[in-house]
Design a protein around this ligand. Structure first.
Ligand SMILES: *Cc1c(COP(=O)(O)O)cnc(C)c1O
Length: 392
């Protein structure tokens, strides 16, 4: 089945839909049984998509899990109330006190904070590594390294990682490879074709796609699925069926949305590349983005999220750019239908294993589904405000 067809069909097996088009919202805490035999059957099969108790899920979550594994691959999908919960539970499901993990230096900031605060407190040590390290990651692997965590492209700065090179070395040393695959939406990078063991998404972003639900997913290979599923369950992870219903709706239009976000973003990025205010475009499809060659080799498409570095700017001029935008609202997220803008004047603060090479501020854009000309006008006026402050 081609991916466009999968978006339409994923998770819609008749055992979940019972004949209607969309798998219904099935709300439950208590599940009741009429016979000892029935109850015993549910108990024995409670980890295997059988109604047992609300925390183990209902047909709504079973359908959504199926849909995600149909899209991304893997043996099963665990569901969490946020992307961050997916990341932390996936890691906690596979580490113990005394272990060491390798974390990419460009990880999403709360992922870093989790390592520096929670993991540290339970005696799991973190070493940060250069996102462009590739097979040289071998030099950082210790006897007690249990997990190598990747995020590609990197948060804010967009470095694309050589996932297969890292995965190959990781497996030679029996390390589990986890990837934050949110940027690809599980669509434009097929993690299990490149050696990933556990693929994680903030489904909050493109899967949901409408900026109104928090949701996380972690999909594992056959080898790791049981441990991920059972340990996440033991940590109490479960999700509202209403949220899952909305996420399922998101999947139906994921293909056309991603394509439109990608096309709009490329148009805006190409326009930015012609502007004197812009020094470097950090979009994986641009040669100026570290890891661009790997992107061309491993990804089948992009989306609406990228960054660029200003030629010049300070806090006051960046504030002038941001205040007064009409279509780009400021917000700490992305993946919805609307455009967003964010400025970062101190990217270096987020990095410890690598040196951020630019002094100037960075701007991150999420390009939504608006008309591109309106977005370009908005940015053009923003640059005029920036220049007015700098030239005053
Ligand atoms: C947003 C985001 C997360 C966290 O997702 P939440 O649902 O907000 O917890 C994790 N990783 C990446 C790359 C993200 O952009």
């Amino acid at each position: 089945m081609k991916k466009e067809t999968k978006f339409v069909n994923a998770g819609r097996q008749s055992k979940w839909t019972r004949g209607v088009v969309n798998p219904p919202v099935e709300r439950a805490s208590t599940v009741v049984f009429d016979s000892v035999k029935q109850m015993k059957h549910a108990t024995v099969n409670r980890g295997n998509q059988v109604l047992f108790y609300g925390r183990r899920g209902t047909s709504t979550s079973f359908a959504f899990s199926d849909a995600m594994t149909e899209l991304e691959g893997g043996a099963g999908c665990a569901i969490y109330p946020s992307g961050t919960a997916a990341i932390t539970n996936a890691i906690l499901s596979f580490v113990k006190t005394g272990d060491h993990i390798l974390m990419v230096d460009t990880a999403y900031e709360p992922t870093r904070d989790f390592c520096d605060k929670i993991l540290k407190n339970i005696g799991v040590e973190t070493t940060y590594y250069d996102p462009l390290i590739g097979a040289d990651i071998e030099s950082l692997i210790q006897k007690n390294t249990s997990v190598i965590f990747l995020e590609s492209p990197g948060s804010i700065t967009m470095e694309v990682q050589d996932v297969p090179a890292i995965a190959k070395v990781a497996h030679q040393h029996n390390c589990i490879v986890m990837l934050d695959n949110t940027w690809s939406a599980g669509v434009n990078f097929q993690p299990f074709d490149f050696g990933v063991d556990i693929s994680i998404q903030a489904a909050t972003k493109y899967i949901v796609g409408h900026s109104d639900v928090m949701l996380g997913t972690a999909i594992a290979t056959e080898e790791h699925w049981e441990q991920l599923r059972e340990n996440s369950y033991l940590m109490g992870q479960c999700t509202s069926p209403d949220d899952l219903y909305l996420a399922m709706r998101g999947i139906r239009t994921l293909g056309v949305r991603l394509k439109q976000h990608q096309d709009n973003a490329l148009k805006v990025a190409n326009w930015l590349a012609t502007r004197d205010e812009v020094d470097v475009i950090l979009h994986p499809a641009f040669e100026s983005c570290p890891g661009h060659e790997v992107f061309k080799r491993d990804f089948t498409g992009g989306n609406g999220l990228f960054s660029f570095v200003l030629t010049r700017g300070n806090q006051a001029s960046v504030n002038a750019l941001l205040d007064g935008m009409h279509h780009f609202k400021m917000g700490y997220s992305w993946g919805g239908f609307e455009s967003l803008i964010l400025a970062n004047t101190n990217v270096g603060r987020l990095r410890t294993a690598t040196q951020w090479p630019y002094e100037q501020p960075l701007i991150r854009l999420h390009i939504g589904l608006e008309n591109v000309d309106d977005l370009i006008d908005d940015l053009s006026q923003g640059f005029a405000r920036l220049n007015a402050v700098l030239d005053a």
